[in-house]
Write a protein that binds this ligand. Sequence first.
Ligand code: COS
Length: 381
Amino acid sequence: MEFELTHEQRELAAAFRQFCDQEIAPRAEDVDETATFSWENYRKLAEFGYLGMGYASAYGGGGADTLTTSVLGEELSRVCASTALSVAASTGLCGKFIERFGNEEQKRAYLPRLARGEIVGAFCLTEPHSGSDAAGMKTTAVRRGDRWVINGSKMFVTNGTIADVFVVLARTDPEKAHGGISAFIVEKNPQARPGRPLRKLGVRGSPTCEVVFEDCAVAGSAVIGEEGNGFHYAMQNLDLGRIGIAVFSLGIAQACLDESVKYATERQAFGHNIYEFQGVQFKIADMQAYIEAARLLAWKVAWRFSRGEKVTRDAAIAKLFASEAAAQAASWAVQIHGGYGYIKDFKVERLYRDAKLGEIGEGTSEIQRMVIAKEILRSRG
Ligand code: COS
């Protein structure tokens, strides 16, 4: 087993790290403070080639595998979790859904524009009354002639206020449970109404809202893949999305460690750098250990996904471990900063709020544990 990234991957990661530090990091505080999506970041990431990096070259992408995009995703999350989350929802939850399950026409219609940053994507699965129980959705799509008419409400839609294209899961057969759900591509239109941005604890610069579909008619060609297969596609794409959240959490955890080491080697107490105290050293050492373990899990599952393997269990493990590691690292980082960690002048205050999302988004920690437990039983027949 090879544990090293290739020379090309390391070169690309180094270039992207520098790009993130120079071009994205300076806006991160403002993005959070004003709770505003940064179009400037989005444009610059498109110019770098990051937005389409994971798509096949036939669709304007860079053809990079998931391990490569994961290594880069960590760097972006390290500097601006809000931008990282919005980009992941657009390119991954929406774009990758279309690339993996859509037809040629759908891929050509949306992927190049997503890659160039001309449009933004969103993914609509969760509803106000069905979050963890995704199959409990009430949104319907009813066939009328050669069109489908969608009615219902989707909740916590990342990019909901800024999206041009939505991948929407809706019930097409009320008699069937999981097999009665289909996926649609819905372009922005007056019958797909985003609500006001939700006022969130963290990742505030990634706009989240409710989207209400009221007699929203789409062409028959808007169905993604096979009718009735939407739930399976959504679950498969969430496997990939959960690798993305693992990487998102990893980036935040790394930023917590970096800030803690910096602060602890500058701050004086009792005539010493506080780094010299074991109480601080142990937290920093534990952070590093958690990060190393989380990174190995994330890289392993990303690598396996790139090889076309089924990664449901490992994606849930990586997401669970990395998000809980990030939340713990953020808590320790604030603690190391003491009173300064509790005010907005220091980055760890934002990291602490941002980290929490990892334990909730794309399936809570409890759902990941359910998925892991189910997969263990499944593997034993
Ligand atoms: N890959 C492929 N197929 C999957 C799958 C996966 N990761 N997970 C489930 N399936 C399939 C199952 O094999 C089953 O197929 P059959 O009907 O052919 O037997 C079907 O989907 C139903 O699976 P299951 O019985 O496990 O579904 P549940 O309703 O019990 O729900 C959980 C499963 C809880 C895992 C799902 O609802 C979930 O992930 N919830 C969290 C949703 C979430 O993450 N939301 C975040 C919003 S997205 S930003």
